[in-house]
Design a protein around this ligand. Structure first.
Ligand SMILES: NC(=O)c1ccc[n+]([C@@H]2O[C@H](COP(=O)([O-])OP(=O)(O)OC[C@H]3O[C@@H](n4cnc5c(N)ncnc54)[C@H](OP(=O)(O)O)[C@@H]3O)[C@@H](O)[C@H]2O)c1
Length: 380
């Protein structure tokens, strides 16, 4: 296990459209209360980094900015209040920042997106939290204790044969499981998911299939979904054509014949589908009475069939990210082999992990890796 060095080295964005620069940050001799000091083994690069670093993206952050929203890491030192984490422990450090003194109101995406409050005061509080915990594009990081999910290294690496790169995919499983759990899905139930070919939407399809649901995935391109759909017999793909009656009939042809509709619909639409989301209307239309609909994408607005939802007693749930319990459950399900990772799951973490020095190349590769299952990482 590494000693605590004098300094951590990280990649910093100092000005939009300017190259990232290396900076050194002093490290404490041991982890202070409430924190873990970790050595970063693998850290993700999101597809839209270049766009945001040019000042053109929708994510908010102040400059200077250290990116990096989740990592696989090893604990070097755990704060005096740590009761479970010990030096040497392999952890997945997620980036969903939750205020310790205001957990319901104040949450933020560390190293990714500062402002999330719906009011000015909410945004200010989220900003305080965001600024306190810089992103994980550093070789050693001080991170909130509660963001560290302990991983069973012997099980995952020695027995299941996963690499640390493979474990980075937990990032997507956490978000996907959050929405599958919000839909209260159980094995044997039928869920409609739309869209289905993105990083997160594909992961929702994947997770629902792996917990034993029948999944009807709506997409504009069945071919794009083949790498995922061909792996699971319980995923069927409906390619939407724009002819609503025909598309609804196609969805209904895959519903269990003894039920009046699907048990749940999970919407994972990106913002650009706002105003053009027939899949959303169809997802709601095919639900049985008493079903659940989860809104977990990023549509700015959508119209709902109020009276029809009311008559069917549909529960409409908004879901952002995941709880600590959900994150913990995902880790245990990965260890149990319920959620598969790496090659055996069809995931592709690129040809290699990039060194921080090769950040330009890494960002370019990440920009192209937008399909389900693909992810690009730094290995500092
Ligand atoms: N709730 C949360 O906690 C949470 C967490 C992470 C991400 N998100 C949100 O989830 C959304 C989806 O993430 P992702 O990574 O899966 O997204 P993505 O890669 O941005 O897009 C997913 C899919 O959306 C479809 N699409 C794109 N433009 C469309 C349009 N104009 N009309 C209809 N469909 C369109 C495409 O699917 P087809 O080609 O198959 O139609 C695309 O593959 C994001 O916007 C993100 O902000 C939410």
């Amino acid at each position: 296990m590494a000693e605590i060095p004098e300094h951590a080295t990280g990649l910093v964005l100092k000005a939009y459209k300017e190259p990232l620069v290396f900076e050194k940050f002093p490290l404490p001799r041991s982890a202070p209360t409430g924190t873990a000091l970790v050595q970063t083994l693998v850290v993700g690069i999101r597809p839209h980094c270049r766009e945001h670093f040019a000042g053109n993206g929708f994510l908010k952050f102040n400059l200077p900015f250290i990116s990096g929203n989740s990592c696989v890491a090893r604990v070097i030192s755990a704060g005096p209040d740590a009761v479970a984490l010990r030096p040497g422990q392999l952890v997945f450090v997620h980036g969903f920042g939750v205020a310790r003194d205001d957990p319901v109101n104040t949450q933020t995406l560390l190293g990714l997106h500062r402002g999330n409050g719906l009011t000015a005061e909410g945004a200010e509080r989220a900003g305080v939290l965001f600024d306190q915990w810089p992103g994980y594009w550093r070789d050693f990081c001080s991170v909130p204790l509660e963001n560290c999910i302990a991983l069973d290294e012997k099980r995952l690496v020695d027995e299941l044969g996963y690499t640390f790169d493979d474990l980075m995919y937990i990032d997507r499983l956490l978000v996907a499981y959050g929405s599958v759990n919000a839909a209260k899905l159980m094995a044997g139930e039928t869920v409609v998911v739309a869209p289905a070919t993105g990083h997160f939407s594909g992961a929702v399809v994947e997770v629902a299939a792996q917990i034993g649901c029948r999944v009807i995935a709506l997409t504009r391109s069945a071919k794009k979904l083949e790498p995922l759909s061909s792996r699971h017999a319980n995923i069927v793909v409906v390619e939407v054509t724009g002819d609503r009656a025909a598309d609804v009939a196609a969805i209904r042809s895959h519903l269990p014949s003894l039920k009046l509709g699907a048990d749940a619909y999970i919407d994972v639409s990106p913002p650009q589908a706002t105003g053009n989301s027939q899949h959303f209307d169809m997802g709601l239309e095919v639900l049985r009475p008493g079903a659940r609909a989860v809104l977990t994408g990023a549509l700015f607005t959508a119209t709902i069939p109020y009276f029809s939802l009311l008559l069917r007693n549909i529960t409409l749930v908004g879901k952002w990210m995941y709880t600590w319990e959900e994150a913990e459950r995902v880790a245990r399900m990965v260890e149990a082999g319920v959620f598969k990772l790496g090659k055996q799951a069809g995931h592709d973490s690129g040809s290699r992990g990039f060194k921080f020095e090769d950040w330009e190349e890494g960002l370019l590769e990440a920009e192209k890796a937008v399909e389900w299952g693909r992810h690009v990482v730094f290995k500092p």
